[in-house]
Design a protein around this ligand. Structure first.
Ligand code: ADP
Ligand code: MG
Length: 391
């Protein structure tokens, strides 16, 4: 789960990271008021969306007067801001962050990520911040420093100092950097984060370090024990299809194709998507309905898949171990009845109670295409979709 920049800054500040003074605004008037409240001569107005690359996309602006702050805020509110990371639909701007402008001497990059290879938290840092980490890895890979943290020891003092030296810092900045590193590490670990990124971490003209941007992402599996973090969720920033699925406890990821998928088991779901591609089609989604899916749950899965207007055919692929094929068959039949489904549905069942499941589908009188193998199911889905699209 992602959160907004202003929320990440508030959290990190609580752990001791220096951040610029600022305030949230929900209207242009409030943005202007924030500027007055902050005082000074220049402010930066920043669109709060769950995406980086806002600067390049016109979502971050330096303003010199209160009026300019208000006017710029007025152009941002309600806009779908398209950045390199959002996709063509962009993300809606419903809140802004107005902060004091910083006199930047240098921009650094600092990220804490989960390194799956070493199964450890890893720090990635560079003396060339400001650009996205992907661009940095391409344009200036030599500037990147990586450091792995041993969970039993935590971030060791010598490691933090070594990193500060490697970034070219000196004097009092070393101690400031060590403080920032420790604070980020604690925030990451204590709040079950997946990622903490400060890009840029800047050296101001005064020589002080300050986090000009902040991004945090959290492990959704741990949200049950982090109610304060869970409360920061902003559904306006999520894919509506995924938000709906999450509300029903379904593991769903929206994709760009037109073949809707309802599968049990993440591995089988991945294999099914591969088979659809192999047959020349494009999946509309990843969806794992999980084990022991009741007919009601199957019905909910259908509703979720159908909320995507691109879907032209649905493929149900179940290998029933904990599940039972007759439950799934009943779920499919119920979905036809309750939702008034008018798309072709291909069902491949295998495992527990497969004969009962197949018999239910056959006697239902519904236009369901039952197949025995995954390959047949994928081919049937792709060819039906082609026929329908042509018609
Ligand atoms: P994004 O990563 O989404 O583009 P950032 O918050 O990193 O957004 O802002 C983009 C750039 O705007 C920064 O790299 C920095 O150069 C500039 N910037 C952001 N906040 C300030 C600020 N308070 N004062 C001066 N410049 C800023
Ligand atoms: Mg940034």
């Amino acid at each position: 789960m992602d959160i907004h920049e202003h929320q990440a800054k508030e959290i990190l500040a609580g752990f001791g990271v220096p951040v610029p003074r600022g305030g949230v605004a929900y209207s242009p008037e409030q943005a202007g008021y924030r500027a007055r409240e902050l005082g000074g001569e220049a402010w930066v107005v920043k669109a709060q969306i769950h995406s980086g690359g806002r600067g390049e996309a016109g979502g971050v602006k330096l303003c010199k007067t209160e009026e300019e702050v208000r006017d710029y805020a007025a152009t941002l509110f309600g806009k779908q801001l398209v950045t390199k990371q959002t996709g063509a639909a962009g993300k809606g701007v419903y809140r802004l962050w107005v902060e004091e402008a910083s006199d930047i001497q240098q921009e650094l990059y600092l990220g804490f990520v989960l390194d799956r290879k070493s199964e450890r938290i890893m720090i990635v840092a560079s003396s060339h911040g400001g650009m996205e980490i992907e661009d940095l890895a391409e344009k200036d890979p030599d500037s990147l420093r990586r450091m792995i943290i041993d969970p039993a020891v935590g971030l060791a003092g010598y490691q933090a100092r070594e990193l500060a030296f490697a970034l070219g810092l000196s004097g009092g900045q070393i101690a400031q950097m060590v403080n920032v590193l420790n604070a980020c590490y604690r925030a990451y670990r204590d709040l079950d984060a997946f990622m903490v990124e400060i890009n840029p971490l800047v050296i101001r003209a005064s020589g002080d370090l300050v986090a000009l941007d902040a991004k945090m992402s959290f492990d959704t599996n741990a949200l049950y024990r982090r109610p304060d973090v869970a409360a920061l969720r902003d559904p306006s920033q999520e894919d509506p299809r995924e938000a709906m699925a999450a509300d029903h406890g379904l593991a769903y990821v929206g994709l760009d194709g037109d073949i809707g998928c309802i599968i049990n088991g993440a591995g089988l779901a991945m294999a099914t998507m591969d088979m659809i591609k192999l047959a020349g089609g494009e999946p509309a989604n990843f969806l794992d309905i999980g084990g022991g899916a009741s007919p009601e749950r199957v019905c909910t899965a259908f509703r979720t898949v159908l909320s995507d207007p691109n879907v032209g055919v649905i493929l149900v692929n179940i290998f029933a171990g904990i599940n039972r094929c007759d439950w799934i068959a009943n779920g499919v039949i119920q979905a036809y009845r309750d939702i008034g489904l008018d798309l072709p549905v291909i069902v491949r069942l295998a495992g527990t109670n497969v004969q009962e499941g197949k018999a239910l589908l056959e006697t239902s009188g519904l236009p369901i295409i039952a197949t025995d193998t995954l390959a047949e199911a994928a081919e049937a889905a792709v060819s039906l979709r082609r026929q329908n699209a042509a018609a």
